[in-house]
Design a protein around this ligand. Structure first.
Ligand code: F6R
Length: 611
């Protein structure tokens, strides 16, 4: 959802020219959008801007980003909201006199009325974006006699909507001004220079010391100073400096052709780190809270919603809770039934997805307590929740979520097991058995990656030429089918739909004809026979049947399947993690074989900060 960067540097303090540093930071933010990109720097008396439609790597060559130098600079990589992707809509945006340059992530919801007012005051606009009003507003207040900080503050006060803003100006060359409301923004503390950025990966090459800005804060950085204020009052930030433990290597491809493939392969480690790094005191307090509650809501968007569905199943079945998962953007109706006796589990890898944040804020108003599950320390959703359990997947750069999905499920599984034991719904023998199996999962995932990667590649050759596909499952197989379908849809652009297998005969089967691929996720003994019936129904229509099942059913199901993934025998309640792996690989290889870039699917961006 757009990535922004701003750097203020003493001459000679950066390892490379400013333009090159900003370009490299932007490349690490490109997962947030890649419709257009641009950089502006203040060099002496001049404000130099280079921007255009397209990906950063192409623009860097065409516009020679690396040759730009100066004392301060800003950069932007865009996911278009207001105004189509074009050179003129690319950020940074300027005021009339070209003395002020602004980059922005978010949506200024009152931009039309501000624009009309500014046009009436004589300002000329060059783009269709909402962002441009910010540059003209600041210009207007400077023209009326305010200094730059006062003008910036006054302009920001007039903005409705969401924003992370960075601004530079020849009027005050060494400062990068910033403001934040809802859209994420952090400050990186470096030696001889400072950085503001949308997200941690942008900074990893230069610092591990960051301050996460809070909603309503604005200020500026110079090479040696950070100034933050809130409601006009300076904020003391020194005790808010955090040390990031992610390494730079984690945010690079490390020899893999794509981040997505690297992240799929990182799952054994991400799962181990999450399991060993779980704060058991927090898990126990979360369990005590869940134990006392009448009703549990679970929410998230996209992949995190699918993890929530797994969580719902486990909390219901293992713990006997009344749990219900909803898609975060559909939070409104749950405000009517949530109250102080209910709990919301909000799942978000980024901790910044606005739909999930709105659900958190709205349900909290009812008195409902919120437990966040997130991968990003100090991000907004964790900060606004009563309890936080962090996954330790490391940075996820590929737009399609993979390792964060499996670590979210792992976290939910640990919570469900602990609570089931607390509620005496699992005997200590059953609990120990399940926990031992859970600890085995990273090894199973490693094994699946070793054995099934090549099979997924072979299957991708068949899938790459299809236009439609079904993913069917029962019980815990349903969210896995949903996640498999989402992965294929988003990175291979093949229409894929998931259904509970039993539902397939109530409509979806009408589309099935010879060669139509249907994936069956079979992971629960209880459902084997009924799923076999659904497989038979599909076979009778000449569907191409792809089955994922435990080895123990391989013989039975291989006769009924055109393609079989034989997966480890494991308690079905723990199966979602290993069983999604072949489907992640299938989506990845299908995308690659279709000549697409799985890391940058069209129209998508990671961390969706607009509603
Ligand atoms: C799909 C995907 C998205 C995210 C969704 C929520 O591969 O990545 O569907 O899962 O945008 O993001 P978070 O988890 O950051 O709230």
């Amino acid at each position: 959802m757009c990535g922004i960067i701003g750097i203020s540097a003493l001459p000679g303090s950066l390892p490379e020219p400013l333009g090159r540093v900003i370009r490299r930071c932007l490349e690490r933010l490109e997962y947030r959008g890649y419709d257009s990109a641009g950089i502006a720097v203040v060099n002496g008396e001049a404000l130099i801007v280079r921007k255009g439609k397209g990906k950063i790597s192409e623009l860097a060559v065409k516009l020679k980003f690396d040759l730009l130098d100066g004392v301060s600079g800003i950069g932007h990589t865009r996911w278009a909201t207001h105004g189509k992707p074009s050179d003129s809509n690319a950020h940074p945006h300027l005021d009339c006199l070209e003395k002020i340059a602004v980059v922005h992530n978010g949506i200024i919801s009152n931009y039309l009325e501000l624009k009309q007012r500014l046009e009436a005051q004589g300002h000329t606009f060059r783009s269709e974006t909402d962002t441009e009003v910010i540059a003209h507003l600041v210009e207007e207040y400077v023209r009326q006699g305010l200094d730059l900080l006062d003008a910036f503050r006054k302009a920001v006060c007039e903005l409705d909507g969401t924003y992370a803003i960075a601004m530079i100006s020849v009027l005050d060359p060494c400062k990068v001004y910033f403001a934040r409301k809802t859209s994420p923004l952090i400050v990186g503390l470096c030696s001889g220079f400072n950085i503001v950025a949308s997200d941690i990966p942008a900074l990893l090459e230069y610092t591990s010391s960051v301050i996460v800005l809070h909603d309503g804060e604005l200020g500026y950085i110079t090479p040696t100073e950070v100034y933050i204020e809130r409601d006009g009052v300076p904020v003391s930030w020194r005790d808010r400096v955090r040390t990031i433990t992610w390494s730079l290597e984690m945010a690079t491809k490390g020899g893999y052709p794509h981040f997505m493939l690297k992240e799929i392969h990182e799952q054994p480690l991400a799962l181990t780190n999450t399991l060993t790094g779980l704060d058991l005191d927090t898990v126990r307090s979360v369990c005590r809270l869940l134990d006392r509650t009448d009703r549990v809501f679970i929410t998230g968007a996209g992949t995190s919603y699918h993890a929530g569905l797994v969580g719902e199943y486990l909390l219901t079945e293992l713990c006997g809770l009344d749990a219900h998962t909803f898609i975060a953007s559909e939070y409104r109706k749950y405000m009517n039934i949530a109250d102080e006796n209910s709990v919301l589990i909000a799942i978000s890898q980024s901790g910044e997805t606005i739909d999930t944040l709105m659900a958190v804020r709205s349900l909290r108003k009812t008195g409902c307590k919120v437990i966040a599950i997130s991968n990003v320390i100090d991000s907004t959703i964790p900060r606004e929740s009563d309890h936080v359990v962090y996954t330790r997947a490391g940075p996820e750069i590929g737009v399609a979520a993979t390792k964060t999905f499996t670590t979210q499920i792992l976290t939910l599984t640990v919570i469900a097991l602990e609570l089931a034991r607390m509620r005496e719904r699992l005997s200590s023998t059953e609990y120990s058995k399940l926990l031992t199996s859970l600890k085995e999962i990273p090894r199973l995932v490693e094994q699946i990656l070793r054995i099934h990667e090549i099979k997924a590649k072979v299957l991708a050759r068949y899938i790459k030429d299809r236009q439609n596909m079904y993913y069917l499952g029962r019980g815990l197989g349903v969210p896995i089918a949903m996640e498999g379908a989402l992965k294929l849809k988003e990175i291979a652009y093949i229409h894929a739909e998931a259904y509970p297998a039993g539902e397939s005969k109530h409509g979806p089967i009408a589309l099935v004809e010879s060669g139509f691929p249907v994936v069956f996720v079979v992971l629960d003994d209880y459902y084997v026979d009924s799923t076999v019936s659904n497989i038979m129904e599909m076979r009778a229509r000449d569907a191409y049947v792809i089955t994922l099942c435990p080895v123990k059913y391989a013989q039975k199901l291989s006769r009924l399947s055109d393609f079989l993934f034989e997966l480890p025998n494991i308690d079905y309640r723990l199966a979602p993690i290993p069983y999604i792996i072949p489907l992640q690989l299938l989506a990845y290889y299908t995308s690659v074989m279709r000549g697409l870039d799985p890391d940058k699917p069209r129209n998508l961006a990671k961390t969706v900060t607009v509603e």
